[in-house]
Design a protein around this ligand. Structure first.
Ligand code: SAH
Length: 221
């Protein structure tokens, strides 16, 4: 790589962090994680050179890697603590899980496309992110064997926060989930579990692919 290409990438990364700050990402732990985890490896092929733009991009299996500022704002709202056990539903490219791996103790991430899990695992291994466990499955049922979780993040839109996920949230725990019909306006919801029940806060409008039932029928299975 030439020196000017290095400079170009350094410049784009600085711009990337500047964009996050300008969109309301103020938590330094989140900014540090976003600085450390390069989005580049999570986007392969045609769109690879757009990795540092604040935009969602296509990934295999007809899915999308979320917009970095949305990843950052969701992560900030999740308020992950160093000892936390975290569940992510919707691994996709693995980028969100990689960010979480910098903040919590143990990350479980579940995805219904086996092919996406394979690729994400390869990236986690290459980056030495050893505190992530990536599992093929229908994440709307959570992972009963690993429950309860301190934090749960859903990165696909549900019509309602799934009951099994609410049940697997520890008292005092936080869940971030986009709620709404696909292709309509969805709202990002923060659910806090208290001794008494669940508190719901509406954070912002978002747009995610839908949370679907069952395993995907991948052509490479
Ligand atoms: N967090 C991802 C982006 C996720 S896109 C990233 O950082 O790149 C949403 C993902 O949720 C898609 O890959 C989709 O296949 C997956 N998904 C949808 N319904 C699911 C379900 N019931 N269980 C697990 N994954 C699901």
């Amino acid at each position: 790589m030439t020196q000017s290409m290095d400079q170009d990438i350094a410049e784009r990364k600085m711009q990337f962090l500047f964009q996050l700050r300008s969109k309301g990402v103020t938590d330094n732990r989140v900014l540090t994680a976003m600085e450390k985890i390069d989005r580049g490896p999570f986007i392969q092929g045609f769109f690879a050179d757009r990795a540092y733009e604040d935009t969602p991009l296509p990934i295999p299996c007809g899915q999308t890697i979320s917009q970095p500022s949305v990843v950052a704002l969701m992560t900030q709202a999740l308020d992950v603590q160093p000892r936390d056990k975290v569940l992510e539903v919707g691994t996709g490219s693995g980028y969100q899980a990689a960010i979480l791996s910098q903040l919590g103790r143990r990350i479980y991430t579940v995805e219904r496309h086996r092919q996406l899990i394979r690729t994400a695992r390869e990236i986690f291994d290459a980056l030495d992110l050893s505190n992530i466990t990536a599992i093929t499955g229908d994440g709307s049922f959570g992972l009963p064997d690993q429950a309860p979780f301190d934090r749960i993040i859903v990165t696909a839109a549900a019509e309602d926060p799934p009951g099994p996920l609410l049940a697997q949230l520890r008292i005092g725990g936080i869940m971030i989930v986009p709620v709404g019909q696909s292709d309509a306006v969805q709202s990002l919801i923060k659910v806090t579990r208290t001794e008494m029940g669940f508190d719901y806060d509406e954070l912002r409008p978002v747009r995610f692919v839908p949370l679907l039932e069952g395993l995907a029928k991948d052509e490479y299975d």
